[in-house]
Design a protein around this ligand. Structure first.
Ligand code: FES
Length: 106
């Protein structure tokens, strides 16, 4: 496993549509299972300081439940207003029965 990656979950721990909060490298991150694929983004919405953990996942996007913006989990890009700044995204790998995140590369 390349340096920088940290094991954050067991493979299969998160079902599609589920999320897990992480604290890595001084950052609050969100591990998401979207349709069987894992993504990692900043936990807090880029619009205001509100946790995306309270939102929901549909397709490859996550919704902020405060004002309703959707974000693409792969790119972090907002898909509708009011958010207009992307979320930071972090590399994710599934290997050796675990899910790994590199929190240092964003
Ligand atoms: S806080 Fe997320 S859309 Fe406003």
């Amino acid at each position: 496993m390349a340096e920088g990656y940290i094991a954050v979950a067991a493979e299969g721990e998160l079902k599609p549509g589920q999320m897990k909060r992480l604290e890595l490298a001084g950052r609050r991150l969100l591990l998401c299972n979207a349709g069987g694929a894992h993504y990692c983004v900043d936990e807090m919405c880029s619009h205001e300081d509100y946790s995306l953990y309270f939102g929901c996942i549909k397709g490859r996007s996550i919704k902020c439940s405060l004002h309703g913006s959707w974000f693409n989990l792969a790119t972090g890009a907002p898909e509708n207003e009011p958010a207009d700044c992307p979320l930071r995204t972090y590399p994710v790998k599934t290997q050796q029965g675990r899910v790994w995140v590199d929190p240092t590369s964003a």
